[in-house]
Every structure is written in structure tokens, then in C-alpha cells.
Design a binder for this molecule. Structure first.
Ligand code: UD1
Length: 426
């Protein structure tokens, strides 16, 4: 097992091409099953979650062929309708495959995804959406079985989401694409990844409008066609590397990402003292930092609010900042799992319930810490850039779920960071 070793306090400099978006590509891969044919995705990141979704598609009978960052999905034949539990446990978002299986095969089953390290994460809204679209649901011994009445397909309907859940909005859109009639989704999530999913679906022959608003309308169609689609750059990876610049100082250009999608995080970088220039046409953001970050007040929320996925990377640079910061986590109830590791590195953080108060300490101190989840693990690499001495990060498989190679990327920008075989550190 490899660990990440970082020797901090080296400024970052250069430019980096941001990998394709994890949260956009996963529902697109699921959506490819709706079409009895070929779907080609480009700018697909090489990360564990994508490999897990490929395994699911292959288990269901699809062919997946990867050539670099291009993924070809052949869904001409599906042979199974059950998503095995090991995949659902590894990646909760696989639950959106259920609506696709219902649309294409008339049935689907999955184990119930349990809670995880960032909170209970119920799926009540997903189940509500499926039953509104006409699915009959049975839950027994942790297994969810969804089926349609004999000879009947999914039916267009009116869905009201009481909270703009990203996954439940995707479930509703995917379930409506092949449904009979029109589906109105009220209270939909407005995350850019939802907009991308809708554009991807329209490109394969679906009729979806209203993306980017909280009212999405889907006119069901009978069939889709072969298509090609290029996935946008990952705004969360870009935001993580922006946070890295604030921790380490320096100047970095983030390329291949849509600046508008990062409006709220960029505003926070500026308030913390960074100089940020974005170029929408060339899809670039340049971040310069020449001082210790000023304290911030951050409240996470659904888009266009501050993304919960960037809460821990931002906490990491604020821990090495020059003032007091307050972070309120409003999306997930237990997303301060990284606080203990940051404290081991000398940070002064008091977290209670969904609020954390951070007093900046500089420099942080190198320590051996454990990644407890994907974004929390990435946050530890950010903190390590502002730490004196060596930081060793264990359990990096969490980071590999969403970052192609965080060491490669930060080393390219001049950071002293590397993968080390754990046996060499004992
Ligand atoms: C997606 C993203 C994740 C991001 C999150 C919020 C993917 C693969 N993952 O996760 O990176 O952190 O959006 O931006 O795209 N909820 C319910 N019932 C449900 C569904 C959700 O109560 O049926 C609650 C959740 O517990 C959570 C909140 O709604 O408190 C937001 O969750 P949701 O937007 O659904 O996040 P995900 O789709 O799981």
C-alpha cells in the first residue's frame, strides 16, 4: 500500500490541466445503459469511482473499452438487472443505475447503501422519485427491488423534491428519459453536473429542458441514438488545487475548467487574500497568493452556494491562515472527519455539530495522518503544503476515488510530494 509524503513550505508555480469531472461522468455512464447502442465519452478521468462504474456496467452485460481518456460503452445487450452489493458499498452514487435499469429493462435491484463517513445519507428521495415514476418498490433484508407492472413502462409525472438532492434529481431525470409523457421535476438541484447530464442526454436524443434552474422538464422519448460527448473539467479538483495555492503560496493557472461553475469558491479565495483572474473563453483560472490567508466565514449549501466537497480543502488552508474562520456545514451532518488529523498537524480547530471555528496557525507541523474520506484526504495534502517537516498521509485509496494523481499534479507545480511504498516508511 502506498502513502503520500509531503515536505511543505515550497511555493507552487505553473499550470495544470484539470481532469474530467467525476460527478458528471458517473451518471452519464449510467445513462449510457438507456441506449441499445454505443456511447463514447471523452475527457473521462482515470479514477477509482469510474473504474467501479465500469465494473457495474460490465456486470450488467455492457462492454466498456478504455483508450486513454476516452471510454466507449457498448450497451447493445444487457444481461443482468442486479447491482451487486460490493459496488454499492464502494460507491453510493451507483444507486442512480436503478432508474436506468427500470427504463431499459423494466426492473432493477440493489442493496441498500448504508451510512458513510460523512453522514447517514438516506435515499428516501431516490425511492420517492422511483415510485412517482411508476415503480413498485420492495425493501427486504437490505435489498431494494424495483419493478414495473407487467407490460407497463415508466410514466411521466410531477415530482416535487423537498430538498435539491443532486442524486435524486439525477435519478428523476434518468427515469423520465424513456418514460411515457412529460415529467416535471420541481425543486431540482442546479449543480453544473446536472446541466452536463442534461446536455449529454439531449445529445443522445432525449428531450430535457430547464437545466440550471430548479424546474426541469423531460419529454419522454421511445429511443436514443449513438453519441459522443466530452466531459467538462472537474470543478472540485480545480477548487482543491486553488486551495493548495493558498496553503503553499505562488501562482498557478488551472486549465480546462469553467470559471462560472466556481464562482462561490473563487470569491472565497479572493476574500482570503488571493488574486484571482478567470478567463471564461479559454476556460482558465489563475490564482496568485503572496501572504497567509485571511480568516473567512463559509457556509456550504446546494449550488450556487459554496460546495460541501470543497469545505475540507478550504478548512485546510484556513488552518494555516492569519485569522479566525468559521465554517458551517449545511449539506452533510458529519463532514468534519478531517479535523482530528488537522489537529495532529498543529491546527487549532473547535468543531461542534455542524460548525467549526478555526484559529490560523503557521506553519502547521508535519505528522502521520490518515485520509478518512475522498475530499478529507485531499484536504490533508493541502494542509501538508503549509506544514514544516514531513507529512505522511495513509489510506490514500480514498483520494484515488476522485483524483487521478494528486502527487503528479502538485509535483508538477513544484511541491515536494511523492508516493512512497509504505514498507519504506516503517
Ligand atoms: C452528490 C455528489 C457529492 C456532493 C453532493 C452534494 C456525486 C456522485 N456526488 O452526492 O460529491 O457532496 O452531491 O453536493 O455527484 N438526502 C436525503 N435523502 C435522499 C438523498 C439525499 O436526505 O434521498 C440528503 C443527504 O443526506 C444530504 C443532502 O441530501 O444531506 C445532499 O445530498 P445529495 O445532494 O443527494 O448528494 P449526493 O447526490 O449523494
Amino acid at each position: 500500500m502506498s502513502v503520500i509524503q509531503v515536505r511543505g513550505l515550497t511555493p507552487l508555480k505553473g499550470e495544470i490541466f484539470i481532469q474530467g469531472s467525476k460527478n458528471a461522468v458517473l451518471p452519464m455512464m449510467a445513462a449510457a445503459l438507456l441506449h441499445k447502442g454505443i456511447t463514447v465519452l471523452t475527457n473521462v478521468p482515470v479514477i477509482r469511482d469510474v473504474a467501479c462504474m465500469e465494473d457495474i456496467l460490465e456486470h450488467l452485460g455492457c462492454g466498456c473499452c478504455r483508450e486513454g481518456n476516452c471510454l466507449i460503452i457498448d450497451a447493445r445487450q444487457l444481461t443482468d438487472t442486479h447491482i451487486p452489493s460490493e459496488y454499492v458499498t464502494a460507491m453510493r452514487s451507483s444507486i442512480v443505475v436503478l432508474s436506468v435499469l427500470l427504463g431499459r429493462m423494466g426492473e432493477g435491484s440493489s442493496c441498500y447503501p448504508g451510512g458513510c463517513l460523512i453522514g447517514a445519507r438516506p435515499i428516501d428521495l431516490h425511492l420517492m422519485v422511483l415510485s412517482k415514476l411508476g415503480a413498485r418498490l420492495k425493501e427486504k433484508d437490505g435489498l431494494i427491488e424495483a419493478a414495473l407492472k407487467d407490460g407497463e413502462g415508466l410514466k411521466g409525472t410531477e415530482i416535487f423534491l423537498p430538498y435539491p438532492s443532486v442524486g435524486a434529481t439525477e435519478q428523476a431525470i434518468l427515469g423520465s428519459v424513456l418514460a411515457k409523457g412529460v415529467t416535471d421535476i420541481h425543486g431540482a438541484a442546479r449543480e453544473p453536473e446536472i446541466g452536463q447530464l442534461c446536455r449529454f442526454l439531449n445529445n443522445m436524443g432525449a428531450v430535457v429542458c430547464g437545466m440550471g434552474t430548479d424546474h426541469i422538464v423531460v419529454q419522454g422519448v421511445e429511443e436514443l441514438h449513438d453519441s459522443n460527448f466530452c466531459v467538462e473539467g472537474d470543478r472540485i479538483v480545480a477548487g482543491t488545487y486553488g486551495a493548495a495555492v493558498l496553503a503553499a503560496q505562488g501562482t498557478v493557472t488551472l486549465k480546462g475548467v469553467c470559471p462560472l461553475d466556481l464562482k462561490s469558491p473563487m470569491e472565497m479565495l479572493v476574500r482570503a487574500g488571493a488574486y484571482v483572474r478567470s478567463r471564461e473563453a479559454s476556460r482558465e483560472i489563475e490564482v496568485t497568493m503572496e501572504r497567509r490567508p485571511l480568516g473567512l466565514g463559509i457556509e456550504t449549501g446546494p449550488y450556487p452556494g459554496f460546495p460541501t466537497d470543497l469545505q475540507s480543502p478550504f478548512m485546510a488552508f484556513l488552518a494555516a491562515g492569519a485569522g479566525r474562520s468559521v465554517i458551517e456545514e449545511k449539506v452533510f451532518e458529519e463532514r468534519f472527519g478531517t479535523v482530528d488529523s488537522l489537529k495532529q498537524m498543529g491546527a487549532s480547530i473547535c468543531a461542534q455539530g455542524q460548525c467549526a471555528v478555526i484559529e490560523g496557525v503557521y506553519p502547521l507541523k508535519g505528522a502521520t495522518v490518515h485520509a478518512s474520506d475522498l475530499r478529507g484526504g485531499a484536504a490533508l495534502t493541502v494542509a501538508a503544503l503549509a506544514a514544516e517537516g514531513t507529512t505522511t498521509i495513509r489510506d490514500c485509496h480514498h483520494i484515488e476515488r476522485g483524483y487521478e494523481d494528486i502527487c503528479r499534479d502538485l509535483a508538477e507545480l513544484g511541491a515536494d510530494i511523492r508516493w512512497v511504498n509504505e514498507a519504506c516508511t516503517l
